[in-house]
Ligand binder design. Structure first.
Ligand code: FE2
Ligand code: FE2
Length: 233
C-alpha cells in the first residue's frame, strides 16, 4: 500500500497539480497534505478549488490554513497581515467551514506500525502551533512531539527536508511549493507485509507564470517573498 505525502504547497498551483499527478501515477492509495496549503503563493483560491476537486486526499491543518479558518493573530507583523488579508480576500468565505474541520493531527495504523501526520508541534492550551526554530535537535523534536507515540512522525512547517531518530522517527517533509528551483518535494510511504519504505522524490513543474503572478496580482510582500522563498539563480 503506497501513501503519498507532501506539505507546504503554499498556494503554488502548478506545484500542487504536478504533485497530484505524480501521486496518481504512483498509484497512491491515500494522500496526505500536511498543512499550509495556502499563504505566500499567488494562487490561494485556485489551490482551494483544485484541492476540493480531488478525492483520496486528507488535508492537515497548518498555521496558514488556520489563519484563514479562524482569523489572523493580533501579534502578526503588519506586512504579513496584509498578505494574509489578500490571501483570504481571494478565497472569500466559501471554504471557511470546510477548512475549520481539517484535523490538526491524523494517525494511520498499518502492518503494526503507527504513522502520524501533523504540521508541527501543537500547543494544547489552544489550537495553535509551537514556535518555529531551525535545526531542531533530537531532544527538541522529542519535546515538540512529546504527546505522540508513533513509529514515524511526518511533519512540515520547517521547509527544509531532514530526518532524525529519537523516540520516533521524525521525518520533515520539506516544502512542496516553496523552493529555490521549480521542483516540488514529495514523499512516498510504501507499507508492505511487515515493513515499510520511505522515499523522497523531486517533482519538476513550470514556474514562469507563477513567478509573474506576484506582479500581475500585485501581491502584498511580493519582493520579500521572492527574496526569501523563491530565489532563482
Ligand atoms: Fe509553511
Ligand atoms: Fe507552517
Amino acid at each position: 500500500m503506497k501513501i503519498g505525502i507532501f506539505s507546504d504547497i503554499h498556494a503554488n498551483l502548478p506545484a500542487l497539480k504536478a504533485c497530484m499527478q505524480f501521486f496518481r501515477e504512483q498509484n497512491c492509495y491515500l494522500i496526505f497534505h500536511v498543512g499550509d496549503l495556502i499563504g505566500v503563493g499567488p494562487y490561494p483560491r485556485e489551490c482551494m478549488d483544485f484541492a476540493a476537486s480531488q478525492s483520496g486526499i486528507k488535508y492537515i491543518m497548518g498555521n496558514h490554513d488556520a489563519y484563514y479558518a479562524f482569523g489572523i493573530p493580533d501579534s502578526m507583523r503588519e506586512g504579513e497581515k496584509k498578505h494574509q488579508q489578500w490571501t483570504h480576500s481571494q478565497i472569500g468565505d466559501f471554504y471557511r467551514d470546510q477548512v475549520q474541520d481539517w484535523h490538526y493531527s491524523k494517525d494511520l495504523i498499518s502492518s503494526g506500525f503507527r504513522f502520524t501526520f501533523r504540521h508541527y508541534g501543537l500547543r494544547y492550551d489552544k489550537n495553535d502551533f509551537k514556535s518555529f526554530a531551525e535545526n531542531r535537535t533530537v531532544k527538541e523534536l522529542d519535546d515538540l512531539f512529546g504527546d505522540i507515540q508513533s513509529d514515524v512522525v511526518f511533519f512540515g512547517h520547517d521547509h527544509q527536508d531532514f530526518e532524525r531518530k529519537g523516540r520516533s522517527h521524525y521525518f520533515c517533509l520539506g516544502s512542496a511549493g516553496l523552493n529555490n528551483r521549480p521542483i516540488a518535494r514529495v514523499t512516498t510511504l510504501d507499507i508492505q507485509g511487515d515493513g515499510y519504505k520511505i522515499n523522497r522524490h523531486e517533482v519538476p513543474y513550470k514556474d514562469g507564470d507563477m513567478l509573474r503572478e506576484y506582479d500581475r496580482r500585485n501581491i502584498p510582500e511580493k519582493d520579500l517573498i521572492r527574496e526569501k522563498f523563491l530565489i532563482r539563480k
